[in-house]
Write a protein that binds this ligand. Structure first.
Ligand SMILES: Nc1nc2c(ncn2[C@@H]2O[C@H](COP(=O)(O)OP(=O)(O)OP(=O)(O)O)[C@@H](O)[C@H]2O)c(=O)[nH]1
Ligand SMILES: [Mg+2]
Length: 305
């Protein structure tokens, strides 16, 4: 099964919900104000967000739908157009290209979001694209976190910079930046401990990790990637807000989109923050990562074949 098929399969729950939802709302062909309100409410309940749902409702009401056409198909087309208009500018496929610099890439997010797994997945793509890659085990907090990252580094065949559990995570980041420079590593991925965005001391520690590499490479970190778990619902909005305040996010990766009905949350985030979307996680294995493509996302979300 190709990744696109997997993507669609992963999204099946969302897609079924969306197309069935419209079918239930639009039993007859005319779309009156009541139907428009129901469509809006349905989109909100699918996690698409209040603002985006209101905007979609306005677009549908302004677009005179030809009564000779199937209104469900027409609404799907409007939604697809909306998603692509919103998300095409947020694609960032060149993130994976070979870089000629010592890129420092900080990976952050709440506990269990999928940070370490995602580092394994993107590390492999970086390596396949002829980058010299290194991982830095800046999660010195959770027992076995270092071993988990080490496991991935062995699987892919990349170097790991580490210290012992309980040591200062910023010092590991510092050492990784030194090595990036001295060994000419193109992409250094910093794995950080999971932290809740409302825990002040942990966010202070995050700020320290984020800033320490500047002492070696002044314009680092070059990328600050927030990993979001699609199944965490509306709390995701707050996560983006808080992490973005500490150090500006340069890209989002959403994980666990396989088998969840919550794909709509990515639309809400795109609408609210307009941040680049790097990739989508669709499983636990190394190849279960889809480089973000707005058109493929729209098709998978809407259940188009
Ligand atoms: N289904 C699914 N599971 C995933 C995905 N990404 C990660 N996981 C799983 O989610 C769990 C947590 O993943 P980790 O990579 O350890 O998450 P983390 O953010 O590093 O966790 P902490 O370091 O403890 O904060 C693991 O069981 C992963 O296999 C995904 O895209 N889909
Ligand atoms: Mg981890």
């Amino acid at each position: 099964m190709g990744i696109f098929e997997k993507f669609k399969l992963g999204f099946k729950k969302s897609a079924n919900k969306i197309s069935e939802g419209f079918r239930e709302i639009i039993v007859k062909k005319e779309i009156d104000d009541k139907k428009l309100d129901e469509i809006e409410e349905f989109l909100i309940s699918s996690d698409v967000g209040v603002e985006a749902s209101a905007e979609i409702k306005t677009i549908i009401s302004e677009r005179k739908i030809d009564p000779n056409l199937d209104p469900i198909v027409e609404i799907n087309n409007i939604l697809k157009e909306f998603i692509i208009n919103l998300m095409l500018p947020l694609e960032k496929k060149n993130f994976f290209n070979r870089s000629n610099l010592n890129d420092i890439i900080l990976i952050s997010g709440v506990n269990g979001a999928g940070k370490t797994t995602t580092i394994g997945k993107i590390g492999k793509i970086f390596k396949d694209n002829d980058n010299k890659v290194a991982f830095a085990a800046c999660d010195t907090f959770r027992a076995a976190a270092i071993e988990q990252l080490e496991e991935w580094s062995k699987r892919i065949g990349v170097e790991i910079i580490k210290s012992s559990t309980g040591s200062d995570p910023a010092s590991v980041a510092y050492k990784a930046a030194e090595q990036a420079k001295s060994k000419n590593v193109n992409k250094t991925l910093l794995d950080t401990a999971g932290r809740l965005q409302n825990k002040k001391n942990l966010m202070e520690e995050y700020k320290k990790i984020a800033n320490v590499t500047k002492k070696i490479i002044s314009d680092s970190p070059h990328e600050v990637i927030l990993v979001l778990d699609a199944t965490s619902g509306q709390n995701i909005i707050n996560q983006v807000d808080e992490f973005n305040k500490i150090i500006p996010i340069t890209g989002i990766i959403m994980t666990k989109l396989d088998g969840t009905a919550k794909g709509g949350i990515l639309i809400a985030i795109a609408q609210k923050f307009k941040l680049p979307i790097i990739a989508l996680g669709l499983g636990e294995k190394i190849d279960d990562l889809q480089i973000f493509d707005s058109s493929k996302f729209a098709d998978a979300f809407l259940g188009a074949s």
